[in-house]
Design a protein. Structure first.
Length: 209
């Protein structure tokens, strides 16, 4: 009975066959990427780097560490900082199109403008922009079309796609890409033929250099 009392006091489990398993809860100070003490430690860092606690946008770098991303503009207009491998940039807004050319920011949801300088986004880092995808909530209509083209510094680049006709509501360009420099002024050109008023989403992948 004395042996049995000792076993129970130490937190040992046993069977009548004589096998014993030690199963106490972990205690003491946490180490590695954890801080605090067991049994309730907290995550202090990831792969040796502190986790940013005040960042609006989180990203990762080439060492798989969590870092603060760079936010440009408002809404979902997010461009990642120079230490991040990349992400998506998305522009989304209800639009009214008439024949002519206007411009919208690279991301976010602000209104388009016929004055390009009012909507340009300053690139925080060199990056490759690719995999353009445009979606409309309704087709432009028979004889109507919308051409969306990436612009850099007021010049059209090869990344572009067209939605036209009474049934199509999407277009993509997964072939072309463009590499901008840090500080470049980026935006989308919207060249419309006809009159139509859909909601529009423009998305592209950004891979920082």
């Amino acid at each position: 009975m004395k042996y049995l009392a000792l076993v129970l006091t130490l937190g040992l489990s046993f069977s009548l066959c004589g096998s014993y398993v030690l199963s106490p809860s972990p205690q003491g100070a946490a180490g590695g990427d954890l801080s605090g003490t067991y049994p309730n430690p907290t995550v202090a860092q990831v792969n040796g780097a502190a986790v940013p606690t005040s960042a609006t946008v989180a990203a990762t770098n080439s060492s798989r560490r969590i870092i603060a991303g760079t936010t440009v503009g408002s809404g979902p207009n997010v461009l990642l900082g120079a230490d991040s491998p990349g992400g998506l940039v998305i522009y989304s807004a209800a639009q009214s199109f008439a024949t002519g050319t206007q411009f919208c920011p690279l991301g976010g949801g602000s209104a388009k403008s016929s004055t390009e300088s009012q909507v340009q986004t300053i690139a925080p880092a060199a990056a490759t922009i690719e995999n353009l995808s445009v979606t409309l909530s309704a087709a432009p209509g028979a004889g109507n079309s919308l051409v969306v083209t990436l612009r850099d510094g007021g010049s059209s680049e090869s990344l572009t796609c067209t939605i036209s006709g009474a049934s199509a509501t999407t277009c993509t360009d997964n072939t072309d890409s463009f590499t901008n420099s840090q500080g470049d002024n980026l935006d989308w050109q919207l060249a419309a033929t006809g009159t139509f008023s859909p909601e529009m989403i423009v998305a592209a992948r950004i891979v920082t250099q």
